[in-house]
Design a protein around this ligand. Structure first.
Ligand code: SF4
Length: 477
């Protein structure tokens, strides 16, 4: 069933489906790849941990691919042997067909025959997962193994932790065999296209576009996008990336090309801001968010979204506020970061009451996950006290300056507006969450200190942006 060597793997095949140029560069110009961010590395580790946990759904299996990924010939041989011995459960089963090598997470043999299971660290089945599974189905059945079913195991979005998770409740299994069969000819054509691309002398000429970000941010962005002109349609940072990509695909490559009247009202205002170099300023909108709401206490939240919930009451990827740092107009300040593994809800609640019960408004930089966490676990408090999300002003377009990225986070916004020193070390909300999840005894003290500093920096950004906006509206009256 095995062939010597291979030219494609699951990940390079998916890379090629997204963009053939990326496939080519990855093979022939790997040095042009952007460096993996710590967030991406953490995502890989998380995927691996969830995959291992799902093995418990089919315990007692044998590993088909122990050792280093480069030992694929040994993995193929092991798997072949385990299948020949009719091993009931095989983890990391390796297959190769038409020079495509894949590792299947779990292969199970029962009375009906062989069943394939692929584990995804996600709460739903995406189109890309189906494509990925279709490739695996093509390769496995191509080796002559008769698969009765192909299934995707993913985290159950309705699971709420109550004690040590039962893997049978934590995971959901979705059979996708029929969908994969329907994709058979697409897979065959795509393998051929990938092979042809890899044999080219030069990278294929593919313009940048929506595919650079979807389904995954491409790691050749630094290379392909470095010559993007400052007048490019992509410089309209206030307009959603999808809209910019659509405009570019329609031939409107520079901001001067875009006809008046083509864009919706908000996007048209962004375009006009770029063409004139003037800020967008909706004072009444800004006032509605920050004016007349009591003295602000500035706060920053530390947020995590563990794939497998670590404390009771949370779902997979459920946003959980695990820390808060604040300071007020009098210079008082405070901070709390929960011990990893302990429920932070009681302490965070206590702190919010302490901050807001004198009528102060809690001014914070939200972001999607902080706001979700507040809604899900502290709704009674958000109804009782005043919470002011400063980022909302930028997300709703009440303030825009050409080049500002409204959803970049308060630290980036403050830096863009020259309100914080450029050399100040900042950690993104995501990175802070990643660091928190990786606290261990040996790095505990250092990491918690680092996170405390990051939260203080975010509070400072929040405060400076608040004053910046307040000055604008004060100067208008
Ligand atoms: S940045 Fe875009 S065009 Fe360049 S390789 Fe990646 S997906 Fe393709």
């Amino acid at each position: 069933m095995a062939e010597k060597g291979h030219t494609l793997s699951k990940s390079t095949f998916i890379r090629g489906v997204q963009c053939l140029k990326s496939l080519y560069l990855n093979k022939h110009r790997p040095f042009l790849r952007d460096r993996l961010t710590p967030e991406q590395l953490a995502k890989f580790r998380r995927g691996h941990e969830v995959g291992k946990l799902a093995w418990q759904l089919f315990p007692g299996g044998k590993n088909g691919a122990p050792g280093h990924p480069s030992q694929y010939a040994k993995a193929l041989e092991n798997t072949r042997k385990l299948i020949a011995e009719v091993t009931p459960v095989i983890y990391e089963a390796a297959f190769s067909h038409q020079s495509v090598l894949i590792l299947l997470d779990i292969l199970v043999k029962n009375e009906q025959g062989w069943h394939a299971y692929e584990v995804k660290s996600s709460t739903s089945v995406s189109e890309t997962y189906i494509t990925d599974a279709a490739l695996q189905y093509h390769v496995i059945t191509g080796t002559g193994l008769n698969l009765q079913s192909f299934n995707i195991i993913h985290l159950n979005p309705d699971f709420i932790r109550d004690g040590i998770p039962d893997v049978h409740k934590l995971f959901s299994i979705q059979e996708v065999t029929e969908q994969l069969r329907e994709l058979g000819s697409f897979i065959t054509v795509q393998i051929e296209k990938s092979r042809e691309t890899l044999s080219l002398k030069h990278s294929p000429s593919i313009p940048t576009g929506l595919h650079c970000n979807k389904p995954y941010p491409c790691d050749f962005t630094g290379h392909c996008w470095k010559k993007t002109d400052k007048d490019s349609v992509y410089s309209l940072t206030g307009i959603p990336f999808e809209t910019r990509a659509r405009l570019a695909a329609a031939g409107y490559l520079t901001i001067q090309d875009i006809p008046a009247g083509l864009l919706e009202e908000n996007d048209a205002a962004i375009l006009s801001s770029h063409l004139t170099g003037k800020d967008i300023l909706d004072s009444s909108g800004i006032r509605q968010v920050i004016d007349g709401k009591g003295t602000p206490v500035f706060a920053a939240f530390l947020i995590v979204r563990p794939a497998v919930p670590v404390v009771d009451g949370f779902r997979p990827f459920g946003p959980m506020i695990v820390g808060i740092t604040w300071n007020d107009f009098q210079g008082n300040e405070g901070s709390f970061i929960a011990e990893p593994g302990e429920s932070p809800v009681y302490q965070i609640r206590k702190m919010l009451v302490q901050l807001a019960s004198d009528g102060s408004t809690i001014a914070y930089s939200g972001g999607k996950w902080v706001n979700n966490a507040l809604r899900q676990h502290y709704q009674d408090m958000t109804e009782k006290f005043i919470f002011t999300d400063i980022e909302e002003i930028f997300l709703s377009g009440n303030f825009y300056r050409p080049g500002l990225i409204p959803d970049a986070g308060i630290n980036q916004i403050a830096a863009f507006l020259h309100l914080t020193s450029a050399d100040q070390t900042m950690i993104s909300q995501t990175m802070a969450g990643v660091k928190y999840m990786e606290v261990r005894e040996e790095n505990r003290e250092h990491t918690l200190k680092e996170l405390g500093t990051a939260l203080s920096a975010e509070v400072a950004s929040c405060r400076s942006v608040y004053h910046f906006l307040k000055n604008i509206i004060n100067n208008e009256t």
